[in-house]
Design a protein around this ligand. Structure first.
Ligand code: CA
Length: 476
């Protein structure tokens, strides 16, 4: 999500925003929504109308889209402080998984002509545009559902950061006034990032472009507009045409330096120190200057990153976020989803899990009778609480609620070594399973018998009685 201005101005908010992205999770439940007085809200909006921020917003637009009620949930999101940060390997495993790489490879085929035209105009490699698109909105599949005017008006009138959000509220109104985006499409994250590029309204006004030539910069419905706007963003933030973002590298033994993205040095410096690519090959000559970053410290993967990595960073002010874009772009360019790990292992005995594995864990917990809500592949408060209970019931110490490979293996084996019955097998309790109401999924497919469909996700009994979980749109 693009909160560049947001993060630069209000660094402490990065954590709360990361949580929306899925980079952090918490054991603690989100605080209850506060009571917000509607009369106070309406008086505030009356006052705002005449302020300098809203010069340039005509009164028809202001009155037409001013919310009739505040949305207190955005204030809880603003003040949400997660207790637990995801480790970098968990964060990357969930963002750069087989599914997303495959979606990216498909998108590259589908939008190949457009991406080539964009590269010709902005000089940005197709895979770099795709990496941003995939991480920002899952290739246009996850745009955020909160009505922007409700969110931004509420944040303009209550709690912290009001002056920042007033500017964004005014900018959102200007976007609709200009006719770029239909009012009904103005939905996004709680903080106001929207569309396939997840731009904040101020970023939209600065950097969005009309690439399909219909006269509107529609980052919600037009893939060419969204991809070209991403390329324009990267280009304006200093992208260097023809350069890679950087490489995974191998440090020479005995070399010590701090991880510091800003400490760029020439490649001959790094060659002279004995650095090679992670696979042992010599460092290539296609990068001007690079800095060493080690996201998990001395023991984990190390990277030499150039200026283009910084342009990814400027999208969301997080090195791990930039690394997710960088890594996803490499895998899409390679066209191979079979291996999503780096060459050097992370310093953990409990590596991260994919979104598919997250869904499988949730499904298995549901089957075991734990109420985790929807199977959505997002390990949130409810799933973590259920994991703690499951771990406790199996005598696992510590019962930390962590969803990694260790817990995945535990629950896939029914909690006690190998099991004759899959934990994904249909439950004994009839209350756990709801019959499918999704008309797009028939009662069977050619691979096996459908027994459950939920949230774009279905369970299939194979001929041998084993269970598979497949995405509804996976074409299986
Ligand atoms: Ca357009």
């Amino acid at each position: 999500m693009s909160y560049m201005t947001f993060n630069k101005t209000f660094a402490p908010l990065t954590i709360a925003i990361g949580c929306v992205l899925g980079s952090t999770t918490a054991m603690a439940a989100k605080p209850a929504d506060p009571y917000l007085s509607n009369s106070e809200f309406q008086q505030c909006l009356d006052r705002l109308k005449g302020t300098s921020d809203f010069r340039g917003v005509d009164s028809f637009t202001f009155n037409n889209y001013r919310p009739s009620q505040p949305d207190p949930s955005v204030i809880s999101s603003l003040n949400y402080q997660p207790e637990f940060q995801k480790d970098v390997w968990d964060y990357l495993a969930s963002l750069v998984d087989k599914e997303r790489v495959e979606d990216g490879i498909r998108a590259k085929r589908q939008w190949g002509d457009t991406l080539r035209q964009i590269e010709a105009r902005y000089g940005v490699k197709p895979e770099h545009v795709l990496g941003v698109w995939g991480v920002e909105s899952n290739f246009g599949q996850t745009l955020g559902k909160k009505p922007l005017f409700d969110s931004l008006a509420t944040l303009s009138c209550f709690d912290r950061r009001q002056s920042y959000f007033r500017g964004e509220f005014a900018n959102a109104l200007k976007i609709v006034q200009q006719g770029d985006i239909a009012p009904n499409d103005m939905n996004g994250s709680w903080a106001g990032a929207f569309g396939q590029t997840q731009f904040m309204p101020s970023t939209f006004l600065e950097l969005a472009v009309d690439f399909d030539g219909d006269g509107r910069r529609d980052l919600v419905n037009s893939v060419p507009d969204a991809l070209a706007s991403t390329a324009n963003f990267l280009s304006k933030r200093g992208y260097r045409s023809g350069e890679p973002w950087g490489y995974e590298v191998k440090k020479p033994s005995g070399f010590w330096a701090a991880s510091n993205r800003k400490d760029k040095k020439s490649m001959s410096y790094w060659r002279g120190k004995g650095f090679t690519l992670a696979n042992g090959s010599p460092l290539p000559y296609d990068l001007d200057q690079a800095a060493l970053i080690m996201p998990a410290g001395e023991q984990g993967p190390a990277f030499l990153v150039g200026k283009n990595f910084d342009t990814f960073y400027s999208y969301n002010a997080s090195e791990n976020y930039a690394l997710a874009i960088a890594h996803l772009s490499d895998l899409i360019a390679r066209g191979d989803s079979s291996k999503t790990d780096f060459i050097t292992a992370w310093p953990t005995d409990d590596p991260g899990i994919s979104r598919l594995q997250s869904r499988e864990i949730q499904q298995a917990l549901l089957n075991a009778g734990y109420d985790i809500g929807e199977v959505d592949g997002m390990i949130g408060d409810n799933t973590r609480a259920a994991i703690v209970k499951y771990q406790t019931s199996k005598g696992v110490y510590p019962a930390d609620g962590h969803a990694g490979q260790k817990f995945y293996n535990l629950i896939m084996q029914g909690g006690h070594g190998s099991s004759a019955q899959s934990p994904l097998y249909a439950p004994k309790r009839s209350s756990v399973w709801q019959p499918s109401t999704n008309p797009s999924v028939s009662s069977s497919d050619n691979m096996g018998k459908l027994i459950e469909s939920k949230q774009g996700y279905r369970r299939i009994v194979n001929a041998d009685g084993s269970i598979r979980l497949v995405r509804v749109d996976a074409g299986e």
